[in-house]
Design a protein around this ligand. Structure first.
Ligand SMILES: C[S@@+](CC[C@H](N)C(=O)[O-])C[C@H]1O[C@@H](n2cnc3c(N)ncnc32)[C@H](O)[C@@H]1O
Length: 202
């Protein structure tokens, strides 16, 4: 069983800072993707649902995938009366239905070990023409997650785009939509550029 690095943070995740980070991603997403009421959506790394639950009223149904039990417990409480939300605990390959029209993910891709493998699986579970919108940070010096080991210190978006193209997706948009200014190291102000990548499945 992998360590749940979000265990101690889940109950206090929904801070004004995290909510505004989610809102910024949603704004960027909505400026590039016209959501459709008939879509079945899937969020990779849904966490407590800060993005997914805002998107849900604009689509038909939502699958939320996440590897953190504690984050999903917070989400479960929020969606207990909703029949159109399916929660999947684990990596993306736990979801095997081939019925997804729209995929989104906010600040979760840098936690995923094997992106090419994940994108291959994403191709398997999405319908032709499905749209994928990923928000994350561009390559950084490692200070963003100083204390916990993570697989990616942000992304070189050219490399990420190549991975998408090789998995069968056409990249349509790569754009910086925000810069986070944070004091991760005491006395040192760092800037982290957030990008959105939008791709379409062949
Ligand atoms: C920084 S949080 C973002 C949560 C949410 N997207 C938000 O905007 O508030 C990253 C989330 O990704 C989840 N995660 C980490 N590795 C994952 C993986 N391999 N597959 C799916 N989710 C993962 C974490 O458990 C956590 O909930």
């Amino acid at each position: 069983m992998k360590t749940d690095y979000f265990a101690e943070r889940a109950a206090e995740w929904d801070t004004p800072g995290k909510i505004s980070m989610a809102d910024n991603f949603i704004k960027a997403l909505l400026s590039h993707v016209e959501l459709r009421k008939e879509w079945r959506g899937l969020e990779i790394g849904i966490g407590t649902g800060l993005v997914g639950l805002e998107i849900l009223p604009k689509i038909d149904s939502l699958v939320g995938v996440d590897t953190s039990k504690s984050m999903l417990e917070v989400l479960e409480e929020k969606v207990k009366d909703k029949e159109n939300v399916e929660i999947v605990f684990g990596e993306l390959d736990k979801y095997v239905e081939k019925d997804i029209d729209f995929v989104f993910s906010n600040m979760s891709f840098h936690h995923i070990e094997n992106i090419p493998e994940t994108l291959s699986h994403l191709f398997e579970i999405t319908n032709p023409g499905a749209i994928v919108a990923v928000g994350d940070i561009r390559s950084e010096d490692g200070s963003f997650h100083r204390f916990n080991p993570i697989p990616h210190k942000g992304f070189d978006t050219n490399e990420l785009s190549d991975w998408f193209e090789k998995a069968g997706f056409r990249v349509k948009v790569v754009k910086t939509y925000n810069t986070l200014v944070q004091e991760k190291i005491p006395g040192k102000i760092s800037e982290y550029e957030q990008f959105i990548l939008v791709a379409e499945r062949s």
